[in-house]
Ligand binder design. Structure first.
Ligand code: RIB
Ligand code: CA
Length: 315
């Protein structure tokens, strides 16, 4: 029996991998109803991430989607960006035309608060794909919304894989560790896609050529984003491809059976500069601290790419 689509808000810092996640969501209306997309500063500045979010919605043929600009810097720290991975625009690779769809005038944080207060309790899932600044700021401004959230399914952190921006920390958590600490302590049911699982969702020549073989503009652009995005990770890790981090979040909503993980306690390091942003994941249950997250460790990579490619083929 088909369940009604899950209502979601995508919070994002595009980023080529964010783009794959957004395209997957917009191609899957039977699974997810995207209530809106809130941009946050992360991979690149907010002026780029909000523009990029609109570009991706137009590429998907959804210019009616509501896109909001959220926070332009972390709660307490200076912004750290990742142009070295994603390029100056954050969507380097193919040349993209400037978006014509409007940016909503409402602040992204206010949209999150207003939506959660309006929709029935337990009916909205938050899908953060970047630093958690917008989410945590909404929690601070409107604590009443915390109990109304069905689930937060986010990309961030790492345990067995360590970090990707420092030896200890993954980028999204590193950029705004205070925000992550608020979110991980809030008591909202969390599903976490850390590097431990996203580093198993690797592109390959065959997988990228399958995007290109779709023969559509979306397929071509997706392949060119992957071609650009993978060069950094292939050089750093010596791998044959790059991890498509963020679409793991949306794929979980559609096919949770593709993923395996454990309910464990995860806390965020905010004090030490050496390990700032580390997700201290109690995978072996040694702390006695209560589990607060389903922390993913593995994915059926072939099933993931088959799903992603099939859905991109719809656009
Ligand atoms: O560390 C990977 C994460 O940081 C991904 O979400 C990528 O888009 C960047 O935001
Ligand atoms: Ca991202």
């Amino acid at each position: 029996m088909q369940h009604p689509p899950r209502k979601i808000i995508i919070d994002t810092d595009p980023g080529q991998d964010d783009a794959f996640a957004i395209l997957l969501a917009l191609a899957s209306p039977e699974d997810v109803e995207v209530l809106g997309l809130t941009a946050v500063a992360g991979n690149v500045g907010l002026n780029w991430t909000e523009r990029n979010t609109r570009i991706i919605c137009e590429l998907a043929g959804k210019p009616q989607m509501k896109v909001f600009a959220g926070c332009d810097r972390p709660m307490r720290r200076d912004l750290v960006t990742a142009e070295h991975v994603h390029g100056k625009t954050g969507l380097d690779g193919p040349v993209m035309v400037e978006p014509t769809m409007p940016l909503q005038s409402q602040h992204g944080v206010d949209f999150i608060i207003e939506t959660l207060r309006r929709e029935p309790t337990g009916s909205v899932t938050l899908c953060p794909l970047g630093p958690l600044t917008n989410i945590a700021t909404a929690f601070v401004r409107a604590p009443d919304i915390v109990g109304r959230i069905a689930q937060i399914v986010l990309m961030g952190g790492g345990y067995f894989e360590g970090g990707n921006i420092t030896p200890a920390a993954e980028f999204n958590i590193f950029v705004d560790p205070e925000a992550a600490d608020i979110v991980f302590r809030a008591g909202v049911p969390l599903v976490v896609m850390p590097l431990d699982v996203t580093h198993k969702a690797l592109t390959s020549r065959a997988r990228v050529e399958a995007f290109r073989a779709l023969g559509s503009t979306v397929g071509r652009v997706a392949a060119e984003w992957a071609d650009f995005f993978e060069r950094f990770d292939m050089e750093k890790y010596g791998s044959d491809g790059a991890p498509l981090h963020d679409p793991c979040v949306i794929a979980y909503l559609i096919r949770p059976d593709l993923f395996k993980g454990r309910h464990i306690n995860v806390m965020i390091e905010t004090q030490s500069e050496l390990t700032r942003g580390m997700t201290v994941a109690d995978w072996w249950g040694v702390t006695g601290r209560p589990a607060n997250a389903l922390f993913m460790g593995s994915v059926d990579a072939n099933g993931f790419f088959d799903l992603l490619t099939e859905r991109l083929g719809r656009l």
